[in-house]
Ligand binder design. Structure first.
Ligand code: NDP
Length: 367
């Protein structure tokens, strides 16, 4: 899949890359020596969109329908966070719940149908110091864009324990809706104290025998309505003021529980469980832009006046800058806004250029 560009007909168009780019003849899937090391150069695009969640694909639909033939670079998690959810019930237009991956596949096909090129390539470096902006990928490909829409989203945070990494997908998960099913009738643990943790925990109470929420403070950060709901749920248990020291049992290759330490009395204890769900929030995928764009204290991209960042021609949409709403529908709305901002930016630039350029064309005088 990697390196595949899909054209407006939904068919791979890698073989047309030379025509598309006029460059060195490298086919991403070919094994052809020297050119392989340098990758392709995609030429200059009006709009490149980084990320293919609801924000990126909606931006693509709007840009494509404005005849700008945008390129979407899908990155490491094509389709974004919705691809790791099951039922989506709050995206308007679907009477019955739609699966997250199905919704994203429909958006992707729609974007391609109206004229978007989609490529799975992981950008590792951006240069926003001058236009056209330059992007380089791990595969050695180079892209240039007159405008850039950043919709790289956010990723689940992890505790950072070696045992957590060793047992990932073997009982450790960051997505209850994806993995809860495997723990039907069992005892599970959720780590965290915010809305994500409570939402995950409440979801798991529908499937599991018991859900123990372990939080490092003595009260929930979650909104009152969610916290009340959790407190009143008879399948919920709470362990306060405690941090996880280790997820057990790496030697067995499966989760059997956690070892925790109480922060107030330093007491260490073990809590048995078949699954551990880490729900301590998300971090924006913005490391690429550090030092080039204004980021807030938590690393989210700052935008003003619509979806504009501090660099003219660079726009940000969706969870990469949204610390408040974080919904698929709001991300899609912001993707639309970013595309409209980018389209107007290009139009204004073209108009200025047009007026500024001296005209040497002969003037046809009619009588
Ligand atoms: P939050 O930042 O709100 O909460 C993260 C929680 O995890 C906090 O309780 C924090 O502890 C804890 N935590 C963070 N790092 C660690 C760590 N290393 N070890 C142990 N615990 C840790 O993130 P959420 O994802 O929960 O929510 C983010 C935003 O999204 C909020 O605005 C929330 O309201 C919203 N949201 C809304 C939902 C809804 O309305 N349905 C659903 C999900 C999210 P501490 O409290 O000590 O900082």
């Amino acid at each position: 899949m990697s390196g595949e560009i899909l054209g407006a007909d939904g068919m791979p168009i890698n073989s047309n890359l030379n025509e598309l780019t006029g460059v060195n003849g490298y086919h991403p899937d070919s094994k052809n020596g020297a050119s392989e090391a340098h990758g392709i150069d995609d030429g200059i695009r009006d709009i490149i969109i980084l990320g293919s969640g609801p924000a990126g694909l909606t931006a693509a639909i709007y840009a494509a329908r404005a005849n700008l033939n945008p390129l979407v670079l899908e990155g490491p998690q094509p389709g974004g966070q919705l691809t790791i959810t099951t039922d989506v019930e709050n995206f308007p237009g679907f009477e019955d719940p739609i699966e997250g991956p199905e919704l994203m596949e429909a958006m992707r096909k729609q974007a391609i149908r109206v004229g978007t090129d989609v490529k799975q390539d992981w950008v590792s470096e951006v240069d926003l110091s001058h236009r056209p902006f330059t992007l380089r990928s791990h595969e050695g490909n180079t892209y240039h864009a007159k405008t850039l829409i950043i919709s790289t989203g956010a990723s689940a945070k992890w505790l950072g324990l070696p045992s957590e990494a060793a047992l990932a997908n073997r009982g450790v998960s960051a997505c209850a809706t994806c993995d809860g099913f495997f723990y039907r009738g069992k005892d599970v643990i959720v780590i965290g104290g915010g809305d994500t943790a409570v939402e995950e925990a409440l979801y798991l109470t529908r499937l599991c025998n018991s859900v123990t929420l372990i939080h490092r403070r003595d009260s929930l950060r979650a909104s009152k309505i969610m916290a009340d709901r959790a407190m009143q749920n008879e399948k919920m248990r709470f362990i306060w003021d405690s941090v996880v020291e280790e997820i057990l049992d790496v030697s067995k290759g499966e989760v059997t529980g956690v070892r925790i330490r109480n922060l107030k009395n330093a007491q260490v204890s073990e809590v048995p469980a078949a699954g551990v769900f880490i729900a301590i929030g998300h971090q924006p995928n913005t490391s690429l832009f550090k030092g080039q764009l204004d980021l807030d204290d938590n690393g989210y991209i700052c935008v003003t006046n619509g979806m504009r960042t501090g660099i003219p021609g660079v726009f940000a949409a969706g969870d990469v800058h949204d610390t408040v709403y974080r919904q698929a529908i709001t991300a899609a709305g912001m993707g639309c806004m970013a595309a409209m901002d980018a389209i107007r930016f290009l139009e204004a630039e073209e108009a200025t250029h047009h007026h500024a350029a001296p005209s040497f064309a002969p003037v046809l005088v009619t009588t």
